[in-house]
Design a protein around this ligand. Structure first.
Ligand code: SF4
Length: 299
């Protein structure tokens, strides 16, 4: 297999999407003399509306970095030698097969970084490669930060990718536990420009509530911030459920026909009064009751 070197970019203005994170901001890229001279947010992008973060703005530095790897490198003692893609792929395939033949399929592990989800080549080929590899030791950005969401989605909705996300641009009450959208750029939500989106909720009379053990960057952009003890989110959520169910505030509406076990939930949530969990969560019972009622009554 021979890979041709990429052609230099054409001079002019190019519109692309940043593939560094799932905010997928629209970019306006200027090329002059074959060099990227400017990258900025595209104000006409319907999703990101001109938003760009420092990582996106630094893409030209990444592109032109003299230390950027453009060919596989093989370490020999303390030195590194460039090698061809053909030789590199043969070497990796031979070594992987050797390790697995000697120690079993699970003796190798994989890790996929976040941008691999935003690369069409990786997206198309990684699944087949991982299946052929046959190891159960597969790690990724998902396994380090969002697998509980996928697990809950699979249990509740039947598929790990049926992830419910808040409708940030229309909601009137946004409750966040441990989320730091100013830093994550709305990860999972694919909602770049969260600073403006949070402000818009407050501007239309809504309420943005953040619970986090740490007063994060996002805390300055919410209606109210409440510290919570680390590891106690589940207790706080059970107390919310307790208030909503015991005070008859649940409105399952058309979802009632497709919901199982709501009565069981009443029994499960019964012991978790806000008063019973406040010592563990550090959230005053009155605050929990207020949040539960406001959350349930939000339009
Ligand atoms: S938030 Fe930053 S890294 Fe993420 S897509 Fe936008 S510019 Fe790229």
């Amino acid at each position: 297999m021979t890979l041709s070197p990429p052609l230099p970019p054409r001079d002019g203005v190019h519109y692309r999407a940043c593939n560094l994170c799932e905010a997928i901001c629209g970019l306006r890229i200027t090329v002059q003399g074959g060099q990227v001279t400017d990258v900025r947010g595209d104000p006409d992008d319907p999703l990101s509306r001109g938003h760009i973060c420092p990582k996106g703005a630094a893409l030209p530095d990444l592109h032109a970095d003299p230390d950027r790897l453009k060919t596989p490198m093989r370490r020999d003692g303390d030195t590194w030698h460039p090698m061809s893609w053909d030789d590199a792929l043969d070497l990796v395939a031979r070594r992987l097969r050797g390790v697995q033949a000697a120690h079993g399929p699970d003796s190798v592990a994989t890790f996929q970084g976040n941008p691999s989800v935003h690369n069409s080549g990786t997206l198309l080929t990684a699944g087949a490669f991982l299946k052929a590899l046959g190891t159960r030791n597969r790690y990724s950005a998902t396994s380090t930060d969002q697998l509980p969401h996928h697990y809950a989605a699979a249990e509740m909705f039947g598929h790990p990718l049926l992830l419910p996300i808040p409708d940030v641009d229309r909601t009137d009450f946004l409750l966040m536990l441990g989320a730091n959208p100013l830093a994550s750029n709305g990860s999972i939500l694919t909602a770049p420009g969260m600073r403006e989106r949070l402000r818009a909720i407050r501007d239309r009379g809504g309420r943005v509530v953040l619970l986090d053990p740490r007063r994060t960057e996002s805390a300055a952009h919410v209606s109210e911030y409440h510290p919570i003890r680390p590891g106690s989110d589940a207790l706080f959520l059970m107390a919310l459920l307790h208030v909503i169910l015991s005070e008859g505030l649940a409105r399952p509406g058309r979802l009632a026909d497709v919901t199982d076990g709501l009565e069981d939930l009443h029994d499960v949530a019964a012991p978790y009064t806000p008063e019973a969990v406040q010592a563990a969560t550090g959230v005053p019972a009155a605050t929990t009751r207020d949040l539960a009622r406001a959350f349930a009554r939000a339009p």
